[in-house]
Design a protein around this ligand. Structure first.
Ligand code: PLP
Length: 393
């Protein structure tokens, strides 16, 4: 038996293990110090009442022969796809129910979609990046070209004019928090159309968008012919542990005479058996009027934390991006520190844990990610400590 040797080419996910190691060593040496975690990449607010009510009701249905459900509809229950389509309708995006695929989250679909594409494709990925895009391509032996996201382009790179076949865009972005404007996305859509590329658009943070920026790539003219969109209730509605997302594959996506929609349907019905009925009922409730009002409050809570961080960094004279359309703040390490030097500085001084930017790719070196997922009280406390340490140095 020969193994898939591409796995030996994946960088070990040393980022979060190294963080855990440094934090536990520090705690052992300084048992009295209370550490505040602003490195959390997971939501912390509980599921909203509308979701809990719907899931409890669905659980009871499953316990009665008259209402029990076995295998569900292939692309996800119609009640949920209709709710998602209505949600898109409010964004002025018209989707057919057969263009929506309910999934157990965006991460799996982002990885699995590669089943549809030949290995001999040029993959374009912006760097710094959500590591899933990189690792899933390396696992299947594809070559990756990186596009630099940096201060010169406000971490929103545009096409460099060189050929690409598969293009990953994440807006609002993890880790930088940067969000593309409609004009910038139009440049990407036109570029993909010109070179016959497909855009894989990760909209996991769409609900964090403020103001009039696009929340779906399909708000851009021409996108239905070149883009697949991945979305998730993980960050929108606290579903990181509950697991539900959706992928939009428009019928207009045709490459070499093949419709990606029917290919994805074939792929999913062969390798995936759907999301739990109870969870799909919970997901449906997210899109109800009560559900929307409730999840919006939690998103505002996180966004208020982001603005607390942002304000403090401004006062401390620390250059930063993001936080407005995202739960992430991306900052430039002061004093030319490397990402890991700043990690140690924050841990040892104000006792704050964040995430070194270098963990998200080469261009992340010298930067640092703080997240808005802690409580408001802890976030405020962390920022007070950060500012008093900044004054002391
Ligand atoms: C959290 C996150 C997702 C969502 O993943 P799920 O599998 O739906 O939990 C997708 N993309 C990015 C960039 C993320 O940060």
């Amino acid at each position: 038996m020969k193994i898939n040797d591409n796995y030996s080419r994946i960088k070990s996910s040393y980022l979060f293990t190294e963080i855990a190691k440094r934090v536990s060593e520090f705690s052992l040496k300084h048992p009295g110090k209370e550490i505040i975690r602003l490195g959390i990449g997971d939501v912390t607010r509980p599921l909203v009442p509308a979701v809990i009510d719907a899931m409890q009701k669905a659980t009871l249905e499953m316990g009665s022969a008259a209402t029990f459900r076995g295998y569900g509809e292939e692309q996800g229950y119609e009640f949920l796809r209709a709710a998602i389509a209505a949600y898109y309708g409010k964004k002025n995006v018209d989707l057919g129910l057969d263009e929506i695929f309910v999934s157990d989250g965006a991460k799996s679909d982002i990885g699995n979609i590669l089943d549809l594409f030949d290995n001999d494709n040029i993959v374009l990925i912006t760097d710094p990046v959500y590591p899933v895009y990189v690792d899933t391509n390396i696992m299947s032996g594809r070559k990756i070209r990186y596009l630099r996201a940096d201060e010169s382009n406000d971490f929103l790179p545009l096409p460099d004019g060189k050929k690409a076949d598969i293009i990953y865009l994440c807006s609002p972005n993890n880790p930088t928090g940067a969000a593309y404007t409609a004009e910038q996305l139009k440049v990407w859509v036109d570029y993909a159309t010109d070179c016959g590329a497909v855009i894989l658009f990760d909209a996991a943070y769409e609900s964090f968008v403020s103001g009039s920026l696009p929340t779906s790539i399909y708000q851009i003219e021409g996108a239905k012919k070149c883009a697949i969109e991945f979305c998730s209730l993980s960050k929108t509605a606290g579903f990181t542990g509950t697991r539900c997302g959706y992928t939009v594959v428009p019928k207009e996506l045709v490459f070499e005479g093949a419709g990606l929609n029917s290919m994805w349907l074939r792929r999913q019905t062969t390798k995936f058996n759907g999301v739990a009925y109870v969870v799909q009922r919970g997901a449906e409730a997210v899109f109800s009027a009560a559900g929307q009002e409730q999840v919006r409050k939690d998103i505002e809570y996180y966004k208020e934390n982001a603005s607390i961080i942002s304000e403090a960094l401004k006062r401390g004279g620390i250059k930063h991006w993001g936080g407005v359309n995202s739960p992430y703040i991306w900052l430039k390490c002061p004093g030319k520190m490397t990402s890991w030097e700043y990690f140690d500085f924050l841990l040892e001084g104000p006792n704050i844990v964040g995430t070194p930017g270098s963990g998200f790719g080469e261009n992340g070196e010298g930067y640092f990610r703080l997240t808005a997922f802690n409580t408001k009280e802890k976030t405020q406390q962390a920022m007070e400590r950060l500012l008093s340490c900044a004054k002391a140095t």
